[in-house]
Ligand binder design. Sequence first.
Ligand code: TXA
Ligand code: MG
Length: 361
Amino acid sequence: MTVRPARKAEVLATHTTALFAAALARAVTLLQAGEVVALPTETVYGLAANALDARAVRRIFEAKGRPAHNPIIVHVASLNLAQRCVRHWPEQAARLAAAFWPGPLTLVLPRADIIPDIVAAGGSTVGVRWPNHPFTRAVIRDCGFPLAAPSANRSFEVSPTTAEHVLQTLGDRIPLVIDGGPTSVGIESTVLDLSLPTPQLLRPGMVSLAAIRTICGDCAGPELDSAPNVANLPRQSQNQQALRSPGLLSRHYAPRANLIVCSWPDSPALKSQITNLRFEVQEVHVLAHTVLPSIPGLGRVCVMPRDPALYARGLYAELHRCDEMGARLILVETPPPTADWLAIADRLRRAAHSQEPPKNP
Ligand code: TXA
Ligand code: MG
């Protein structure tokens, strides 16, 4: 029997003015002392530390079990602070920031000397984002320094969208989790590389390629545009992208259960797919948004929204719930092959890719 170590994390709520102020003071004190704190953002919860303090950032890598080659996004709460983190602040960055900040867009730019090597994984660039969550904006403002913050989960697992998700995996490794409620966007930010002659989309998110192109014209990612179902991306292209941004490696964002993205015309067809995969129906959870299965004994059927923004908001919470309920196989109905579902298709592909082909022993 494995005994889980006791949770040491303090959890502070923020839903009244007094609670908000007390949580803010505690978070700022810990961050100023070089500690890590889990904070809400509008995308997913982040595990934050002073981005200018290499020792503090090392604690993030330790708590997450994060590979040292994966750089961390730096969070700011003003244009002035963003500009201090980078060597150049091009016109394109100014236009994109005006359009999308605060919000779920990370800009990769040449790194300023104040950003330690460990944040950039030794590289010459840094990812910068101004998140749109009132609590974390207040923390950054009061700290006066930028916060390095990856998603607040153990590496390779599904990102947390509630404080409870953070507690489940990091509760025994970090001193403080701030509960800012469920996140509103629900999947990680769009990552856009502006350090190249032509901007390049490194990670799709809910700030779409089309929206980016209206602001800065040219932006590489045509293979994503013409084949919005990124499962169709050629391997070579996937690998090239992974080298530029290790979070794009195929093993990422995975629930414990096996996950398959597939379609079914009706319930009998789905039932025979489950039988062919040699799973018992009660071990199987289904996330469906158009063809809702009616199969007696299914572990769970989750009716997902047909609107991509609402789907993204709920997706990770559903994956966490499947794991909590002991699902062995998650069948997710294939999302529509359109650009507004691109980021969702991307995350599902990673969640599915990271596992061995599922087969029940
Ligand atoms: O929404 C988000 O981006 C959340 C919240 C907390 O802000 N953060 C997040 O961080 O998802 P993380 O570390 O889980 O994912 C950051 C991604 C990784 O794929 C990383 O490789 C990439 O951004 N990244 C960070 N800095 C980079 C850089 N300088 N160059 C290229 N990719 C970078
Ligand atoms: Mg992450």
